[in-house]
Design a protein around this ligand. Structure first.
Ligand SMILES: [Zn+2]
Length: 216
């Protein structure tokens, strides 16, 4: 989890160690300068502890410094899609197909999360984007955090209700994580979230109770 922003460079493959992002490449830009997290310490801590809970039971942790050993995924939290010339997205990340994106890089556009129950909204976006990086596609199950169906009227942030991963996705997460790092980098994992139709699909991530982020 990266909190203080910085310059992320476009590349054919993600590289969490060097801040290279294929997602940025799909925007046509050479780089993106992302601002740091603009929220409070309490929001940051709340988001992390909520995300840990979303991944409870799986070998995933959310840390604030790169681990000394082993592979890791990198999530920039801060700014808005306009920082990379895009609009109307809560988050964006490379998506693996039932496997972890090697050295994956993702983004949570926290500045556009302006709902009252911001910590929960940030947590859902973070869990969702990391879900993509661990191999999940969008879900049709309204109760799954990978759902993007705007017709699912089951959000209830006010009462602390948060969507989690449902059984089919939990199984995929477990199996992706179990084989993480065992295979060589595969070009099929370089697909950005929703390659052909990304804006439309990612836009559908918009939680029901939040205003659509401004185009600029
Ligand atoms: Zn998505």
């Amino acid at each position: 989890m990266h909190r203080t922003g910085g310059r992320v460079v476009a590349g054919d493959y993600d590289d969490s160690r060097r801040w290279v992002s294929h997602t940025v490449q799909t925007t046509g830009r050479k780089d993106a300068v992302m601002p740091g997290f603009e929220g409070s310490d309490a929001e940051w801590r709340g988001m992390l502890s909520c995300a840990r809970n979303e991944y409870a039971g799986l070998p995933v942790d959310f840390v604030e410094k790169p681990p000394a050993n082993g592979e890791y995924l990198l999530v920039f939290v801060g700014g808005s899609p306009t920082n990379m010339g895009m609009s109307r997205m809560w988050g964006w990340a490379s998506a693996g197909s039932k496997e972890v994106v090697p050295h994956g890089v993702g983004f949570v556009f926290s500045a556009d999360h302006k709902a009252k129950d911001r910590t929960i909204a940030l947590c859902e976006t973070l869990a969702h984007e990391v879900g993509h990086m661990i191999g999940l596609d969008h879900s049709t199950d309204c109760n799954d955090v990978m759902s993007t169906n705007a017709a699912c009227r089951n959000r209830d942030y006010k009462h602390g209700r948060i969507r989690g991963f449902q059984s089919p996705n939990l199984a995929i997460l477990a199996s992706s994580l179990a084989t993480w790092g065992r295979s060589a980098q595969d070009p099929t994992t370089r697909l950005a979230d929703d390659a052909a139709d990304k804006t439309q699909k990612v836009r559908a991530n918009v939680p029901q109770q939040q205003k659509t982020p401004p185009a600029r």
